[in-house]
Design a protein around this ligand. Sequence first.
Ligand code: COA
Length: 190
Amino acid sequence: MKDFKYIRESQVTLTELMIPAFANFGGKIHGGILLSLMDKVAYTCASKHAGNYCVTVSVDGVEFLQPVEVGEMVSMMASINYVGKSSMVIGIKVVAEDFKNGLVKHTNTSYFTMVAKDESGKPTLVPGLVLESRDEIRRFLESIKRKELKAVYKDELDNVKTNLWVGENLTSLKNERCKVLFDSYNNVDI
Ligand SMILES: CC(C)(COP(=O)(O)OP(=O)(O)OC[C@H]1O[C@@H](n2cnc3c(N)ncnc32)[C@H](O)[C@@H]1OP(=O)(O)O)[C@@H](O)C(=O)NCCC(=O)NCCS
């Protein structure tokens, strides 16, 4: 295995025509279809870099900003942003092109964390990254920041789950669109 590899060595683009079978009941392309294609391109990029089988561990930043239509050509550009020991962050930019009017829209950018595994299924070391441009350095630094922020967010959320007392927070539901039919002090339905 090489100690370090260039980002361009594993960059990959997946292009796929959006056929009617991919549409949801509203006639737009199903989010799950796009996610599945993104997972595929993330896997291709990660395994090219790692030279090993990889698994998807987490997905960040999935927001479908604009709908994708049947007949559009979707391209997913995957590039490795960051490596840890066995983990890699693959950034995926998704664009959809409408041939009739030549319009290209950016539908989303997401970050897939993939982990390389060895023959026995254990996480295994991946090559480091050679950073050749300002953008590559920026993406690497952003990935570190995202990882740190996720850890803080996870701690906060765990804290909320452990310490949230329903009874003390009922007033915060006053302006929400829900009806409370349970008395949490007396543990009975209202
Ligand atoms: C992810 C997985 C490999 C972690 O295995 P593990 O034995 O706990 O290994 P480690 O704790 O050493 O973690 C391995 C790497 O994964 C990273 N990792 C683990 N959980 C993570 C998470 N929730 N988010 C991001 N990275 C994570 C660790 O930071 C570590 O990175 P590093 O090697 O670069 O430092 C294991 O839980 C797994 O195989 N999960 C199922 C993945 C899968 O099947 N995906 C398909 C979709 S269902």
